[in-house]
Structures are given as C-alpha cells and as structure tokens.
Design a protein around this ligand. Structure first.
Ligand SMILES: NC(=O)c1ccc[n+]([C@@H]2O[C@H](COP(=O)([O-])OP(=O)(O)OC[C@H]3O[C@@H](n4cnc5c(N)ncnc54)[C@H](OP(=O)(O)O)[C@@H]3O)[C@@H](O)[C@H]2O)c1
Length: 210
C-alpha cells in the first residue's frame, strides 16, 4: 500500500511516517522544506509548496490513501488548512486517490452528543476570540472533506500530548471532554491501523487515551 502524508514534518506527522514505514507501508511524504534527518528507503520525500499543484500531485502519485496532518502554528496569523485541503482533494481527483483521512479536532465542526457540554461551550467561546478565524478555517476544512466524493474519515483527537503512547479508544461515539487527552503516538497508531484496515469510511472518529 502507498500512503501520502501532508504535514509529515509535524509532531504527529513524524510519528506517523515512522510507524507507517515500520508497518510495511510505502510513504510519500510532503515537506515545505527538506527534512534534516534521513528517511527510510520506503519513504519518498517530496518538497514543495502546498500552493503548487504539481508538488501536490507528486505527493499523491499512486497512493491508496492520503493522511492530512496539517495544523497552524500557535503564532500563525494566516489560515491555510481549508485552502490546502481543497488543493489536496483536487489533486486526489486527478490522481484517482480513493481515500482521505483528515485530522482536525474534537472542537471542530459539528458537535454531537459524545462531545461534552464543557468542550462545546469552550469551542463556542473560542470562536469569539482571536482563535475564531482559525476555528472557522478548520470548520471549512471539515466541510470540504465531508463533501468530497472520496471515501473520507474525519479524525478528531482530544488535546494532543507528547510522550509514550498508551491504550487509546477510537470511534464515532467515543466521549471527549475538557480533560481528555491523546498522545500523538496513539493518534499515529490509530491512523496507521485505519489506513491498513479501514473501519470508518465516511465517518467522524474521536480518539482519546484511556
Ligand atoms: N494541539 C492539540 O492539542 C490538538 C488537538 C486536536 C487536534 N489537533 C490537530 O492534530 C493535527 C496534528 O497536530 P500536531 O500538533 O502533531 O501538528 P504540528 O506538530 O503543529 O504540525 C503541523 C504541521 O502543519 C504544517 N504547517 C503549519 N503551518 C503551515 C502552513 N502555513 N502551510 C503549510 N503547512 C503548514 C507544519 O509544517 P512545517 O513544519 O513546515 O511548519 C507541520 O507539518 C493538526 O491538525 C492539529 O491541529 C491538535
């Protein structure tokens, strides 16, 4: 299987690329700037701008699935996730990539009953702060993915942490609240499993550590 990754340089991205390669997947990884560390033979590094359709198509070439792990840096002033994801979806259509797994967050998009009231209130309040544009961009990112003709899985982790992975749970009805946490290793582990053995096509999946 070939999996394309956008956001490969990020913290979850690095964990995903490593785990995917160790699991026997061929990886086509996108970077804005070339990574300093060497990559395994089964990882193809593609360096380019997300605004360059040729670079995006090159990342997607021959892929069975694409994983999107893009997210804004805390100090960022310009949103980019919705536009970049639309460019990836357009590239998928030309490259016949059948599946997208897009990571957003539990505070993004629709808020079903498994998301706690406290988290919903926090999400509501944050939209009235300087985070509002960022959250609106992520909402638009989700809408773009959900309206895609490709098989999509929206992956919505709890607050991400670093460190060793632990046992985690994942599913459309997993309850997520203010105190829920998810290590990036747990998230990467879930993504590799979901790429390899799809369970949640056309579905939103919440992920948190037990
Ligand atoms: N932090 C949390 O608690 C939390 C909770 C739930 C969900 N999430 C989401 O989970 C995902 C993974 O999070 P993470 O913390 O592992 O990510 P991260 O380490 O912050 O990595 C972000 C990735 O996005 C890329 N990126 C940032 N700004 C960009 C721009 N303007 N143009 C193109 N690429 C850009 C980065 O590339 P460069 O290295 O080139 O900058 C990097 O590959 C993200 O979608 C995040 O929003 C986070």
């Amino acid at each position: 299987m070939i999996v394309s990754v956008f956001g490969a340089s990020g913290r979850t991205g690095k964990a995903f690329v490593k785990l995917a390669a160790e699991s026997g997947l061929y990886v086509r990884a996108h970077y804005r700037t070339a990574p300093l560390e060497p990559s395994p033979d089964t990882v193809t590094v593609v360096v380019g701008a997300l605004t360059d359709p040729t670079a995006v198509r090159e990342v997607l070439r021959g892929a069975d699935a694409v994983v999107v792990l893009l997210g804004p840096h805390p100090s960022a002033h310009r949103v980019f996730c919705a536009t970049a994801t639309k460019a990836i979806l357009a590239g998928m259509a030309t490259q016949n990539v059948p599946r997208i797994l897009c990571v957003t967050g539990a505070m993004i998009g629709e808020r079903p009953s498994n998301v706690s009231l406290a988290l919903k209130l926090m999400s509501f309040g944050a939209r009235r702060t300087e985070q509002g544009d960022t959250l609106a961009d992520r909402d638009a990112q989700e809408r773009a993915v959900r309206s895609s003709p490709a098989a999509w899985t929206m992956v919505k982790p709890a607050t991400l942490t670093d460190g060793l992975g632990t046992e985690f749970e994942a599913g459309p009805a997993v309850s997520v609240g203010l105190s829920s946490r998810c290590t990036r290793l747990s998230l990467a582990t879930f993504l590799v499993a979901e790429v390899t053995r799809p369970q949640y096509a056309t579905s939103a999946v919440y992920v948190k550590d037990r």
